[in-house]
Write a protein of this length. Structure first.
Length: 620
């Protein structure tokens, strides 16, 4: 247990005050920022869902409109071809009909018999007649009642389709056409950055697509689920992954009833997010302005709280520093009513405390004066008591040398012992008064710790061993032969700590050690296995006239000044004393005092047994 308690940092409160405004500001900002973040997140979700719903409706309508255009194209083309198959019109000599067919992309018309032999080339080159394999496929599906449109074929590296119908005579009328009309219609539909239209034939092969290569090679897209739905004559909206665009898409899709072609209008979903973010960004700018405004308000409001608190804490710190006249200044306009009330209350408490302090100081001065008079009276009384006591002891020594019987000698020894005990008490009172005097200052002399330990052993070893307690002393080798310090105070420390240990130890041991804990610090340790000190009494054992057991029937006698003398001696030398004790187990006292090693030869008086005995007369 270290008796001296460390002081608390003076600026701890101010440090907390400096962070309070930041804390309040951040808390208010968080209160505003958290809802704002939720609003932005919710707005983004709602805006995207709205864009998604808009797209689902708009894209399906666009797909249906494009399908209607393809339906009209197919109807007009087949109707025209049906008219041609039923009439004997010479197309080559009918420019209007020829021009009409070219509008649909038909660039060659031929009539073939059942053996796929060209009967006549009505328009275009006979070389444009399809291959026998294609003709057989067309013959298998051709009817005499209506014209049909085939799927797309790759002929000569070009996408080609056929319009065909059986004539009344059983021949096959075939029109060869390109996909230019379909591509033209498909290209007219574009929106956003990558929104487009796509047309496939009844077999899932591409007729029109923004990716020209897919159109040129009639890409087979039947593996896509959305294409499968279209060619199976379904209508709806779905999301899917587009390999050419490497993006997630959403598309409205439908079919052309007359041909079975599929039409869809896809758009990357990322564009929907971008469209939603346009609305969200507008909201963010609005909320950012509100956030800046709220931050400014939060900073001002936190200042209205923290600035008055800083004034109050500064006043408290000034009072702690000793300025008892410090008062909390006016907190200014806008200060909260609660803090203004706290200011009035604190200033009122300080006014009352100052008045009480003045009264206490007056009382303390009076008490100090009374204590000084008391100490002076005790000192005078002790001096006056020591003079007759010395006379009593001197007379007793003279009487002891006279012709006395055994009984008288026993009575005389009792008188001498009691007189010595009383003289020790008087010396303790005088010593405590001397150590507490203002003019008391350390003196320096050469000390032989080993000789001092020898004298201590002579006085206390016999008492210890008489109780069956082992008494040991150890001086470390690192302790110089002579040290320079205050002889009387070092003697007081060793003697009183050893006396206490022997007095309160009835079994076990008492161990006294000395060593140099540093180059210029002497460490003295007294350890015992005595009765110990209760933890609640450790704080008062160094007070004058203080005893753990102060009852009249206590087992050990004494004035209670021994540990007070130790403490005053240590403090006057600039050292430290600490104690560790367990009730019923024992105590350990450790003292460290500054000393100076002495390298010279000791004076003759210090090595003489007679001089040492007289010089080390102990007061305990």
């Amino acid at each position: 247990m270290i008796l001296k308690r460390p002081s608390q940092p003076q600026n701890m409160l101010m440090s907390r005050m400096r962070s309070m405004r930041t804390f309040i500001f951040l808390a208010l900002v968080f209160v505003v920022l958290a809802p704002m973040a939720l609003v932005v997140q919710n707005r983004e979700r709602v805006a995207f869902e709205r864009e998604l719903a808009k797209v689902e409706q708009a894209h399906l309508i666009i797909a249906q409109n494009l399908a209607s255009s393809m339906q009209r194209f197919a109807t007009d083309l087949t109707t025209t071809f049906e008219f041609l198959s039923r009439s004997e019109i010479d197309i080559q000599n009918t420019s209007a009909l020829s021009d009409l067919l070219s509008v649909y992309g038909v660039y060659a018309v031929a009539e073939l018999d059942e053996q796929s032999t060209v009967i006549r080339g009505i328009v275009g080159s006979p070389n444009s007649v399809p291959s026998s394999a294609i003709v057989r496929q067309l013959q298998a599906t051709a009817v005499a009642t209506e014209a049909n449109l085939s799927g797309v074929y790759q002929v000569g590296g070009q996408p080609t389709m056929y319009v065909y119908q059986k004539t009344a005579s059983g021949s096959l009328l075939i029109g060869t056409m390109d996909t230019s009309y379909v591509r033209t219609q498909q290209k007219q539909i574009a929106f956003g950055d990558r929104g487009h239209a796509m047309v496939v034939d009844q077999n899932g092969r591409v007729l029109g697509h923004p990716k020209q290569q897919w159109t040129d090679i009639s890409k087979d897209a039947s593996g896509l689920e959305v294409v499968q739905r279209m060619v199976s004559r379904q209508t709806g909206v779905m999301q899917f992954f587009s390999p050419p665009l490497q993006a997630d898409m959403i598309a409205g899709y439908t079919f052309v009833p007359a041909t079975g072609w599929g039409v869809m209008v896809p758009q990357p979903i990322s564009e929907l997010h971008d469209a939603a973010m346009v609305e969200v960004k507008e909201l963010i700018w609005t909320l950012a302005f509100l956030f800046v405004l709220a931050s400014a308000v939060a900073w001002v409001l936190s200042g209205l709280i923290v600035r008055p608190l800083k004034k109050i804490s500064q006043t408290v710190q000034d009072v702690q520093s000793g300025n008892i006249s410090a008062r909390v200044p006016d907190l200014g306009k806008g200060a909260p009513l609660e803090l203004a009330s706290l200011r009035l209350l604190l200033n009122g408490v300080m006014d009352e405390w100052s008045q009480n302090r003045d009264m206490l100081e007056s009382s303390l001065e009076a008490a100090k004066a009374a204590n000084t008079h008391k100490a002076h009276a005790i000192s005078v009384l002790s001096h006056e008591m020591r003079t007759p006591l010395n006379g009593v002891l001197g007379g007793a020594d003279l009487l002891k040398g006279s012709n006395l019987d055994r009984k008288q000698l026993r009575y005389l020894d009792m008188i001498i012992t009691s007189a010595h005990s009383l003289l020790d008490h008087v010396n303790d009172v005088l010593e405590i008064g001397r150590l507490g005097a203002k003019h008391n200052s350390p003196t320096s002399s050469q000390i032989d710790i080993r000789a001092m330990f020898t004298e201590t052993r002579k006085k206390y070893a016999r008492k210890s061993e008489a109780k069956g307690v082992r008494f040991s002393q150890t001086v470390s080798e690192n302790v110089p032969r002579l040290i320079v310090a205050d002889f009387a105070k070092v003697r007081n420390i060793i003697a009183n700590l050893t006396s206490n240990a022997v007095k309160f130890t009835d079994q076990g041991y008492v161990d006294v050690t000395a060593k140099m804990s540093a180059l210029d610090r002497l460490s003295l340790t007294v350890k015992d296995t005595g009765c110990g000190i209760p933890i609640e009494d450790l704080g008062r054992i160094f007070e004058p006239f203080s005893m753990v057991d102060a009852s009249f029937n206590r087992q050990q006698s004494g004035t209670g000044l021994g540990l007070s003398i130790v403490k005053l001696s240590v403090e006057s030398m600039g050292g430290t004393v600490e104690v560790q004790s367990t009730d019923g187990v024992g105590s350990t006292f450790r003292v460290e005092v500054p000393v100076t090693p002495f390298d010279g030869e000791p004076p003759q008086a210090a090595t003489s047994n007679t001089s040492v005995s007289e010089a080390y007369a102990l007061q305990v």
